[in-house]
Design a protein around this ligand. Structure first.
Ligand code: SP5
Ligand code: ZN
Length: 324
């Protein structure tokens, strides 16, 4: 297992998110990366492969907005993080001049504040995932310590702490290198951005285990399987046995698609002690689940998505990596 990290991912440091009708302290913080770093030992640095692999999964106007949004926010006389408050459910074509309107047109929710360091961190998270892919293309597993997360970011939208979908960036780059790729999403929340990007793409597949969207964010995606997408919703309170059974099903389906490389969107927010989630996996369970994945003998790129129990996050990630 080779492990990759770039400290420019610390630049994104949101203070608040809007949730349950009020501003709450942000759950996705730089301290998460520090917690993982202190638990997994030495990491390797990251190469800069530029914008092309990011542009292969995200639309140019969205990337332009993400890169410039915070400056536009300041230019409009605001302070703090940029955040939308209006969303175009009825998407009439029109020119949107105000930063608020532009942000709303490219956001699913109020859980993706854009600050001065957001672009830099999301960019280097994608580069970190691509470096881990380099390891996997060479036949070794690669872990990318990525933050902010990526799997709620779609081709042209941010949301749920996610801005650039680094797992899909790695998956698409692997496909371009001739591989047949399955993204296996093991975060508590359904990866609606990954579904948006991967639906209908040749040579790419998504299998996702997640909290039932009837009870949990992101609510409007993830109940049905279709095309190249396998969605396996699980109820709140899910423990190891039911999770492991669903994982076996997902891996069997991935095998049937003839995939030869895995990108794993690993979220440690399935942990019993997670403050925003409702599954009951334990630290030791992650090693067992990873063993099942590793038994496929497919090279894996592992990217970090969620996981918000700061005191246990490092141990949980280390346990998952140990299973490989
Ligand atoms: C990548 C990922 O795990 N995203 C999850 C986004 C979930 N957003 C909805 C729930 C937000 C709960 N925030 C509570 C903050 C308390 N300080
Ligand atoms: Zn999550």
């Amino acid at each position: 297992m080779r492990k990759f990290w770039d400290e420019r991912q610390l630049a994104h440091a949101p203070t608040h998110e809007f949730f349950n009708g009020r501003l709450e302290p942000a759950a996705e913080t730089p301290a998460r990366a520090e917690a993982v770093l202190s638990a997994i030992g030495a990491t390797e640095g990251v190469e800069d492969r530029g914008m092309a692999p990011i542009e292969a999964v995200h639309e140019a106007p969205y990337l332009d907005l993400l890169r410039s949004a915070h400056e536009a926010w300041l230019a409009a006389g605001r302070d703090g993080d940029a955040m939308p408050y209006a969303f175009p459910l009825s998407r009439r074509a029109r020119t949107l001049d105000r930063i608020d309107a532009q942000l709303g047109a490219h956001s699913t929710d109020t859980c993706a504040p854009v600050g001065a360091g957001t672009w830099q961190s999301a960019y280097w998270a994608a580069q970190t995932a691509l470096s881990a892919l380099g390891a996997a293309l060479g036949g070794e597993h690669g872990f990318a310590l990525t933050r902010p997360p990526g799997h709620h970011a779609g081709a042209a939208f941010m949301g749920g702490y996610s801005y650039i979908n680094h797992g899909c960036v790695a998956a698409e780059a692997a496909r371009a290198a001739g591989r047949r790729v399955a993204v296996l999403d093991l975060d508590y929340h359904m990866g609606n951005g990954s579904e948006d990007i991967l639906t209908g793409r040749d040579g790419l597949f998504l299998a996702s285990l997640h909290a039932d969207p009837r009870t949990d964010y992101p609510f409007y995606w993830g109940e049905e399987s279709h095309d190249n997408i396998l969605n396996l919703p699980l109820p709140r309170g899910t423990r190891f046995d039911a999770y492991d059974t669903a994982l076996a099903h997902a891996l069997e389906w991935i095998g049937e698609q003839g995939c030869d490389l895995l990108v794993i969107s690993y979220g440690a927010d399935t942990f019993e002690g997670d403050p925003i989630s409702h599954f009951l996996l334990t630290t030791g369970d992650y090693e067992q689940l990873a063993r099942r994945v590793a038994a496929t003998n497919l090279p894996a790129v592992i990217v970090l998505e969620g996981g918000y129990a700061l005191g246990s996050l490092g141990r949980n990630v280390a346990s998952f990596l140990a299973g490989f």
